[in-house]
Design a protein around this ligand. Structure first.
Ligand code: 5GP
Ligand code: MN
Ligand code: MN
Length: 479
């Protein structure tokens, strides 16, 4: 039987706490009605109700319009637990710790360099290693790995792979202070030692886009965006290192759960009290993996800038970092619930922070507009730049969606899509593609994803972020 959804308003549905005896809070689903069918096709709503049972969860378990089934938690999920009475759950962060997106902006118009895009894509593809398990040009010693895990994007800047000014435009300045490299296993460190500057599997990409539409002139100007501009979107995370951290701690948590007397409806929701030793160890290891991911996206930006210099014959520094957002992470944040401030562990799993105007955690240049929010769609459709809002602070712990979200499994997509045909079709639409493998490309076909325009329209109307600009791909390097 179908989960009953009570409509709260145009874009918001509630599963009341009374729907299941074990729910501690209600569940909220943000979606335009057209998107509900997809959300009902897999276990998303059941998983969301499971999340609502977590000890210490506050206000509601939330899923965004790009939501779909994931490991334990749905992807597109947001859950905030109380720092002193609540749990932390690796399934609420995901295997790719600090998977995230950044956008580099140029001062070049697509129309002026259209003939060079093919060469640029080719050069990017040569410079940026892609594919599962692929290593890169940087091979780090254990000591250097410790510096990366503690220093995040700062390590890249200090070692000549980035600009100082980039740091101001990264969520948390690209470094979580509570990271502890000693909490990361040797095996995880080993998996990460040669993967900085690489994108990994097929859902990750480096994409050249042009700005196709501006929705808000003033904010676009503050973000340095203009119609027809070439920009570069980068999506990847913490590679094998983060995956190993998640694997290690899920195992630890599963073993430790009985000793904490925690009861959960699904093993995949394995968790530990945030304040316990296990909880803290994971939190510190997760932060170290998050730092690795920020360093990775910084080194990739360096590779992009090198390629840009070589093909466009202008300084790589002309590519400026608009912002870098994490969409798989847990952070300690203070939010108001029923008029009172609460210290919370905010889990965002396939969800993007969308802090509004005036937030002390975002840089001064965005204090009037709200933080930039980057939402990739697919290699054949659109992506969006949004801005954080005051309403997201009030309603969703300062969070919004993270993409279009899958509507078809990888296996189903592979069966349905012929990759060489897809590549030709994209090229016919002026989108040059270089992929790690044809199988990976088929899994990532635009039909495998939901309608990005509907997903973004949902969060815009719900005011969880507001539209600033729409991007259209012109060249894509897929993992
Ligand atoms: P995830 O982090 O869940 O793997 O992916 C985030 C989102 O990226 C997906 O929901 C999808 O909408 C989007 N996406 C996947 N591949 C591409 C691509 O090649 N280009 C763009 N622009 N977006 C993509
Ligand atoms: Mn990822
Ligand atoms: Mn991602």
């Amino acid at each position: 039987d179908q989960v009953q959804l009570q409509q709260v308003d145009e874009c918001l549905w509630e599963i009341p706490k009374s729907a299941r005896a074990d729910m501690r809070v209600p569940a909220y689903v943000y979606a335009l009605e057209e998107l509900l069918e997809d959300l009902r096709k897999d276990r998303t709503l059941d998983q969301l109700m499971n999340v609502a049972t977590l000890p210490g969860i506050q206000k509601a378990a939330i899923v965004m319009p790009d939501g779909h089934e994931g490991y334990g938690f749905p992807i597109g999920g947001v859950a905030a637990t109380d720092v002193s009475r609540g749990v932390i759950s690796p399934g609420g962060i995901g295997y790719d710790i600090n998977c995230g997106v950044r956008l580099l902006t140029s001062s070049t118009r697509y129309a002026d360099v259209k003939g060079k895009i093919g060469e640029l894509v080719h050069e990017l593809s040569r410079m940026i290693p892609k594919g599962v398990g692929r290593g890169g040009r940087l091979v780090l010693s254990t000591g250097q790995m410790e510096e990366v895990l503690a220093g995040g994007a700062e390590w890249a800047v200090a070692n000549g792979y980035g600009l100082n000014e980039d740091l101001d435009h990264i969520e948390s300045r690209g470094r979580l202070e509570h990271a502890d490299p000693a909490r990361v296993s040797d095996h995880a460190v080993k998996r990460g030692h040669d993967q900085l500057g690489t994108i990994g599997a097929g859902n990750h990409f480096v994409e050249v886009d042009r700005v196709e539409e501006i929705y808000d002139d003033e904010t676009a100007e503050a973000f340095g965006l203009f119609q027809g501009q070439l920009v570069i979107l980068i999506h990847t995370g913490s590679r094998g290192l983060g995956h190993q951290v998640a694997t290690d701690y899920l195992k630890t948590f599963l073993n430790a759960m009985p000793s904490y007397g925690l009861h959960i409806p699904d093993r995949e929701l394995a968790c530990a009290p945030f304040s316990s030793e296990d909880g803290q160890n994971y939190f510190k290891a997760m932060a170290a993996a998050a730092n690795y991911a920020w360093c990775n996206r910084e080194v990739i930006s360096w590779e992009v800038r090198q390629s840009w210099e070589y093909i466009m014959k202008e300084a790589g520094e002309n590519l400026r970092l608009l912002y870098d957002v994490a969409h798989n992470i847990a952070k300690i944040e203070t939010h108001r619930i029923s008029g009172k401030n609460h210290r919370l562990v905010v889990h965002r799993k396939g969800a993007t922070r969308a802090f509004g105007p005036g937030s002390p955690e975002i840089p001064d240049d965005f204090s009037k507009t709200g933080q930039p929010v980057l939402i990739p769609g697919s290699m054949g459709t659109h992506s969006y730049v949004l801005a954080g809002t005051k309403e997201s602070m009030e309603n969703s712990f300062g969070s919004t969606c993270h993409g279009a979200g899958r509507r078809m499994s990888r296996t189903a997509a592979k069966k349905m899509v012929d990759a060489p045909t897809l590549k030709r079709e994209l090229l016919a639409n002026d989108i040059a593609v270089e992929a790690g493998s044809y199988a990976g490309l088929a899994e990532e076909a635009p039909v495998a994803y939901k309608d990005i325009d509907l997903v973004v329209e949902t969060v815009h109307r719900a005011r969880l972020a507001r539209k600033v600009a729409k991007l259209r791909p012109v060249g894509v390097i897929k993992g």
